[in-house]
Design a protein around this ligand. Structure first.
Ligand SMILES: Nc1ncnc2c1ncn2[C@@H]1O[C@H](COP(=O)(O)OP(=O)(O)OP(=O)(O)O)[C@@H](O)[C@H]1O
Ligand SMILES: [Mg+2]
Length: 440
């Protein structure tokens, strides 16, 4: 069916350079047909998000053309204009506003269309919200707060919102929605991913999807065609229904080398016998029970378990964000008590990095400021308590760059660097290996 159809969306020879040096995209062309899921894969920094941001008007390309339904049109100048033409995006992070109710979140930014003589027409919004959730098989109440929903449901509400945005913005026009999902499954567990995909597959009748991912088995299972980007260039394209492609082929195209062996060589032991953290029968009722382990200096310890098993709660307890009901927590030989606030744990050397950059970084601040924020003592002037961010900047070559302007790999490095800049402590052991400096 596809070969002779006109793509609903096509870009040709798109290039984009940042700051005159970073060639994020180099003559990239992709096409999306009606009712298909198109994968875009590549290593960190390959240019995937840049391409997606160009499609929704966040970035302007240096060159290239956009065709919608076979007709050349200018690139959108902002996300609203993109939605008017049928293109909308669900970002990996920062998508959800936790304290909005589901129906408020669904219509966020479109309230003017629901303004009645007596104010906002909430009942109409709730009714229409119920309809769209039913249409996409999303199980939740429109009056639930977003933070109350499981992550997979939150993602589905975000996807429903993207489709709704296209419908509301393109009123009266016949547009074919193309929904971009930029690594939507990254924070989800295996079961949550499956659930999300079952829903997305059902939505294929109404929408086309561009699916950005790192997870090869997921791409192989769910997408119809896949484009591979490497260093800003399109290096491969596979039609998974027609081409005999293996996971190894895809992996090879992504990394650009033959070696596929994930070898985990026995690491040289650098762990000392000094126990820096002892967790003994730790219990927080309703979350986890009787958890015990020890962490030695220089050790990197993994905590593994399915969603809801309590692993994040154990870490949040150690960081002082949650209390505990029973058991013992000993940090560098000193017992820590329930109710002790996070800043006390921080002084004892415990850093906590949830991995959710959207919650932990100030995106409009420079990298240098972000790295310094949990470490203010070090940058306070000796005689005048003025924050000397210049001090930190010395250690950080790209410190003047805005954190929000970086790719996702770089923001994660900034996150870890925050804690690395802290005085030596358990947090460093928890982080495991020293992260590469953002400037490296
Ligand atoms: N706003 C920006 N300013 C400067 N450089 C940027 C900006 N956005 C992205 N880059 C750079 O462009 C390149 C491509 O980044 P992009 O975010 O598109 O990669 P990606 O494939 O989405 O990576 P990831 O898998 O880490 O999300 C990277 O070198 C990145 O640092
Ligand atoms: Mg990205």
């Amino acid at each position: 069916m596809r070969r002779n159809d006109t793509p609903v969306l096509e870009v040709r020879n798109v290039s984009k350079t940042f700051d005159t040096v970073v060639r994020a995209l180099d003559e990239v062309s992709i096409a999306v047909y009606r009712g298909e899921i198109v994968g875009v894969v590549g290593e960190n920094g390959a240019g995937k998000s840049t391409l997606m941001k160009i499609l929704v008007g966040v970035h302007a390309p240096d060159r290239g053309i956009l065709l919608l339904g076979g007709k050349e049109v200018p690139f959108p100048r902002n996300p609203k204009e993109a939605a008017q033409r049928g293109i909308s995006i669900v970002y990996q992070e920062r998508g959800v506003i936790p304290h909005l109710r589901v129906y408020q979140f669904l219509f966020l930014g479109h309230e003017e269309q629901y303004r009645g003589p007596w104010g906002l027409q909430s009942e109409r919004m709730k009714r229409e919200a119920r309809d769209i959730l039913d249409e996409f098989h999303v199980v939740c109440d429109v009056e639930d707060f977003m933070y109350e929903l499981p992550l997979a449901t939150q993602k589905m509400v975000e996807i429903a919102r993207a489709v709704l945005g296209v419908r509301l913005e393109s009123r009266g026009k016949d547009v074919a929605p193309v929904i971009i999902l930029d690594e939507p499954t990254a924070p989800l567990t295996l079961e949550e991913r499956r659930e999300l995909f079952q829903n997305i597959l059902r939505m294929k009748e109404t929408c086309s999807f561009i699916f950005v991912s790192h997870i090869i088995p997921e791409v192989m299972e769910f997408v119809d065609r896949v484009y591979v980007l490497r260093d800003g260039k399109l290096v491969a394209h596979y039609d998974l229904a027609q081409d005999a492609v293996t996971e190894e082929d895809l992996f090879r195209a992504i990394v650009g080398r033959e070696s596929l062996a994930y070898t985990f060589e026995a690491r040289k032991k650098t762990v000392s016998s000094e126990v820096v953290l002892r967790v003994e029968g730790l219990t927080r009722r309703g979350c986890y029970y009787d958890v015990s382990f020890e962490l030695c200096r220089g050790e990197c310890l993994g905590l593994f378990g399915p969603a809801g098993s309590g692993k994040s709660e154990v870490l949040r307890t150690i960081a002082g964000i949650l209390g505990f009901d029973g058991g013992k927590l000993v940090i560098k030989g000193q017992e820590a008590f329930s109710g002790e606030p996070p800043h006390v744990r921080l002084e004892r050397g415990v850093g906590y990095c949830s991995g959710e950059a959207g919650k932990e970084l100030f995106f409009h601040w420079s990298i240098a400021k972000n790295i310094s924020i949990v470490n203010l003592k070090k940058v306070l002037g000796k005689f005048f308590p003025v924050i000397r961010f210049g001090v930190e900047r010395k250690h950080c070559r790209r410190g003047d760059g805005k954190t929000g302007n970086q790719g996702s790999w770089c923001t994660r490095r900034v996150l870890l660097s925050e804690w690395w800049e802290q005085a030596e402590g358990v947090g460093r052991e928890m982080a495991g290996a020293k992260p590469r400096h953002p400037s490296s």
